[in-house]
Ligand binder design. Structure first.
Ligand code: PRX
Length: 631
């Protein structure tokens, strides 16, 4: 990639509201980062000391590029830190989980004691099925408390969970069950979506046909009126499994480097990769980032809208917040059902203090209009967060103004399934810059580099890389060492994130998009996200996706697919206006040659736009693996 100035030069800077900036790090980012640089292992060791270990480590880090081992010799169990510490400490009757379903009355509440008992019993149930330390258990469930109970129960006995997002189809589920060699699949009879119960029977039956490792299917029955038998020989009822077992299941003492879970990431291309995370380092990384990035206080109600089927749900719905003894809200609902005010109504109803969501949701809120959030009392909110994609400045401003009332900090957290924890983010109390995720967290040696791994000066776009190991880094790709090695450069020993980014003078990092989401037009590198961001900054546009189309003259030309906000109609005039808008925002080289209005854009189930699908359609090519496409 040639080194060239980034197209976006305009930069807004928001100082934090002094009343809101009460984080642990207020004004102290530089000092914390300097402390990390001065003694990286000492920095992490100090954090690790805040958690419970059955045995402490001999060494903080053993690093032999590209393989890291953290807290070697230590023994622990993450569920001890998520549950026992609170139950046998001061939070026994504190609410751990609030589950909210679609209907007004659909609510379930678990204190830390309730959760502790359920996890212990289900763990004992898994043992009854012959599950031992190191066995893999696939969890394929809707967003119900039992999904979290099953995850924690696995971790308690040292079984390795592989959670598969409940929206995946049977082929994708089968690939993950087979890939992980799961002995048990934990699932439910129905998913609930937009007021309808969706039976999962056929899907699960199909998924386990060619999966010889599966011995049992544990089924949560959500509907007793019409019981469905999923699989006659292998089926075990979720709650029957918990009957007659001991209410206590001692934690398996796990080696810090034992695997905790495998999470498949499909990205947008190719076959899914089973990212492996381990017990000790992941625990420390999840704990540290949840504590500092969100600045969670003991009385807070915290809502991360991600499904535990994604890494965000693993780290920031389940493990991180529970380690902190937080009250976690889990909502099995959609932003726009039963009304476009649904999320705002939940925020008001439960007095949510910390709200962590995704750019795709924020853009959807924008599309539905600010009258919805304005109808509700959102005054409990203290921190807003975003994850998963670049939060374009327009959506940032909207979130900040309409939801944050220009007062609240927005933490735009950049990280990956592979990194396990937040890596780059705006920290509470620091200035915020729309479009920029922020600075590397203390503990993270992130940089923007050229193809030779050399640091690039501010203002020059390059590859996002991490120079030093961090505790929550993936330890491997399950069953495929070769893919793991590809994440690392041989020159400079860097971790390649696969993203393009740009740094500014203050070290803030703007993530432009995936390195493969780059269009070369007349020799200029243009990030798809950049053009999309420009389009979305037009008042009529809700979402945009941009692809490159081969062109004999320019190499590629830019084609944009655009969905409009309520109240705007497609027209030739609007096309011209949008083209002109990009021209004045980014310059003539970034102007789309074609604009197509559409009602929706193809997305992965985690909400990422699948440009590959648009491109294949446009060029009449085979779109490839579509298992991650959300229908
Ligand atoms: O391209 C980056 C984008 O999402 C990728 C990681 O995807 P996944 O493993 O599914 O994890 C998503 C949740 C952590 C990254 O390589 N990404 C994630 N967060 C951001 C982001 N891009 C820009 N800004 C972010 N805050």
């Amino acid at each position: 990639m040639s080194e060239e100035k980034h197209l976006i030069t305009e930069q807004h800077r928001y100082l934090p509201d002094p009343d809101m900036a009460q984080s642990t790090w207020v004004g102290d980012y530089e000092a914390a980062y300097a402390a990390y640089r001065a003694d990286p292992e000492g920095f992490w060791e100090k954090i690790a000391h805040e958690l419970h270990w059955h045995r402490e480590w001999d060494r903080v880090l053993e690093w032999e590029h590209p393989h890291a081992r953290w807290f070697t010799g230590a023994k622990t169990n993450i569920t001890y830190n998520c549950l026992d510490r609170h139950v046998f400490g001061s939070r026994r009757n504190k609410v751990a989980l609030i589950w909210k379903g679609e209907g007004d009355e659909d609510e379930r509440i678990f204190t830390y004691r309730h959760l502790y008992i359920a996890v212990n019993k289900f763990a004992n149930g898994l043992k009854k099925l012959g599950i031992h330390k190191g066995d893999r258990v696939c969890i394929y469930m809707p967003m119900v408390p039992e999904q979290i109970i099953a995850m924690l129960a696995c971790a308690r006995i040292g079984a390795v969970h592989t959670v598969v997002f409940g929206g995946f189809g049977s082929a994708a589920l089968n690939a993950r069950i087979v890939g992980a060699g799961a002995k048990v699949v934990v699932t439910a009879d129905y998913a609930v979506r937009r007021g309808k119960s969706i039976p999962l029977k056929h899907l699960i039956e199909e998924a386990i046909i060619n999966a010889p490792s599966v011995e049992h299917v544990v089924v949560l029955r959500r509907q007793t009126e019409q019981p469905i038998e999923i699989h006659r020989e292998m089926e075990v009822d979720f709650y029957e499994l918990m009957e007659g077992v001991d209410r206590r299941c001692p934690c398996e003492e796990m080696d810090a480097e034992d695997p905790l879970f495998i999470l498949y990431t499909s990205g947008t291309t190719g076959t899914p990769k089973g990212i492996v995370h381990t017990c000790g380092g992941y625990m420390v990384g999840a704990y540290y980032t949840t504590k500092h990035v969100f600045d969670i206080k003991d009385n807070d109600v915290y809502w991360c809208t991600a499904d535990p089927g994604w890494i965000t749900g693993h780290t920031y719905v389940v493990y991180g917040p529970l380690m902190l003894g937080t009250t976690v809200l889990v909502a099995e609902t959609l932003p726009d059902y039963p009304t476009p005010g649904n999320y705002w109504s939940i925020l008001e109803e439960y007095g949510v203090n910390i709200f962590y969501t995704a750019p795709t949701a924020i853009r959807m809120f924008m599309k539905m209009g600010e009258q919805w959030p304005n109808e509700y009392d959102l005054s409990y909110l203290r921190v807003l967060g975003s994850v998963g994609e670049p939060l374009n400045p327009e959506a940032w401003e909207w979130f900040h103004t309409v939801v944050g009332k220009k007062r609240l900090p927005i933490v735009d957290t950049w990280w990956q399934t592979e990194t396990g924890m937040h890596m780059i983010t705006t920290t509470i109390g620091s200035p915020m810059k729309p479009g920029f995720a922020g600075r590397p967290l203390p503990g993270v040696a992130a940089d923007v580099v050229n193809g030779n791994g050399e640091s690039l000066p501010p203002g020059t776009a390059g590859f996002l890389a991490i120079r030093e190991p961090w505790p929550a880094m993936m330890r491997g790709v399950f069953g495929n060492d070769e893919i793991y090695s590809k994440y690392w450069t041989t020159i400079g020993n860097l971790y390649k994130a696969g993203d393009l980014a740009i740094k500014d003078e203050e070290g803030y990092i703007m993530v432009i998009g995936r390195a493969d989401d780059l269009i070369i037009v007349s020799g200029h590198n243009i990030g798809t996200a950049e053009v999309e961001s420009a389009l979305v900054s037009h008042q009529s546009v809700a979402e945009a996706a941009v692809i490159g189309k081969p062109d004999p003259l320019k190499g590629n030309l830019i084609k944009a697919f655009v969905t409009l906000r309520v109240g705007h109609q497609p027209s030739e005039r609007l096309k011209n206006e949008l083209t002109y808008h990009v021209r004045i925002t980014l310059g003539p080289i970034a102007m789309p040659s074609e604009i197509e209005f559409t009602d929706s854009l193809p997305k992965t189930r985690s909400g990422k736009i699948m440009r590959r699908v648009l491109k294949a359609r446009e060029l009449g090519m085979d779109p490839g693996d579509l298992s991650s496409l959300d229908e």
